[in-house]
Design a protein around this ligand. Structure first.
Ligand SMILES: Nc1ncnc2c1ncn2[C@@H]1O[C@H](COP(=O)(O)OP(=O)(O)OP(=O)(O)O)[C@@H](O)[C@H]1O
Ligand SMILES: [Mg+2]
Length: 271
């Protein structure tokens, strides 16, 4: 019996039979995923696998052709992003996640636009308790921050709405390997430890799995494997499969995609 079957954590976010795209042929096919409160769940896979599309489908941006999204058991399929923010889903996109030309304080303030001034101040205080490193930077323009500090500002801005679910699209995309590890360990894992349900899309598989509880591998729009993240890292054969699908030095994911195909076959055969 896998650890998933033992997991009694209440589900915050569920994706059931999700098929989605942009109006043409579907990009993601029949995807099932679960994220419990206090859990960090990684989605890894090669470039073009459909990771961002999956997130956009959850967030009411891409077109859902079949399946549904549930937030704490309630159907929120196709609900627009702004309404999802009010319902407790925070989204940090891969790029354009902070407002250049504004100070850190102003970025956080904009994240709390739904609330009055007093409430925004209180929420900012709470966001700064999560990321105290931002406090001395409050009056800095975001374009003068380091990459890690910018990402921290982006996440803190989303925290202003006190989300129960956080969806992060490649938070380490433009960061050095060391900084990536720092962001994943000191920011992303922290969110899970605070009780948030975190859905993390990453290409840096080993670093992502190191801070995750569970991992899904997406290849050509399909979940080809899902497993306990610690188990993946510990078992050389599984580790190799996940790495093969994501190693940035590989030719654009092809080797991984092939292996993904093999995994799928063996999973199918095992069923
Ligand atoms: N707005 C769009 N309209 C049509 N097709 C799109 C659109 N955005 C992405 N696609 C296509 O969907 C497929 C999956 O892209 P997606 O961005 O979801 O992949 P990804 O796994 O996030 O890749 P990466 O790791 O490079 O970010 C690609 O073939 C891409 O060209
Ligand atoms: Mg992407």
């Amino acid at each position: 019996m896998s650890s998933a079957e033992h997991d009694t954590t209440p589900l915050a976010l569920s994706i059931r039979g999700m098929t989605a795209g942009y109006g043409g042929p579907p990009i993601v096919h029949d995807v099932d995923m679960n994220v419990g409160s206090g859990r960090v769940v990684a989605v890894v896979g090669p470039n073009g696998a459909g990771k961002s599309t999956l997130l956009k489908a959850i967030l009411g941006i891409a077109r859902v052709q079949a399946g549904r999204v549930e937030l704490n058991g309630a159907d929120v399929t196709g609900v627009p992003l702004e309404k999802l923010a009010r319902l407790g889903i925070g989204y940090v996109p891969q790029a354009d996640d902070v407002f250049d030309g504004l100070r850190v304080r102003e970025n956080l303030d904009m994240g709390g636009y739904l609330f009055n001034r007093a409430e925004r101040a209180e929420r900012m205080e709470r966001a700064l308790e999560v990321f105290p490193q931002l406090r001395p930077r409050l009056n800095r323009y975001v374009e003068t921050l380091s990459g890690g500090e910018r990402k921290m500002t982006a996440i803190a801005r989303v925290l202003m709405l006190d989300p129960s679910v956080l969806i992060l699209d490649e938070p380490t995309a433009s960061l050095s390997p060391e900084l990536s590890r720092t962001v994943l360990e000191s920011q992303v894992r922290r969110l899970g430890d605070l009780g948030k349900a975190v859905l993390l899309v990453e290409q840096k598989a080993v670093a992502a799995l190191g801070v995750s509880d569970w991992a899904y591998m997406l290849v050509r729009g399909e979940v080809v494997m899902s497993a306990d993240a610690h188990e993946v890292l510990e078992k050389p054969d599984m580790r190799e499969i996940f790495l093969g699908a994501t190693a940035p030095s590989d030719e654009p994911g092809e080797a991984g995609a092939e292996r993904g195909g093999m995994v799928r076959t063996s999973i199918r055969e095992a069923e």
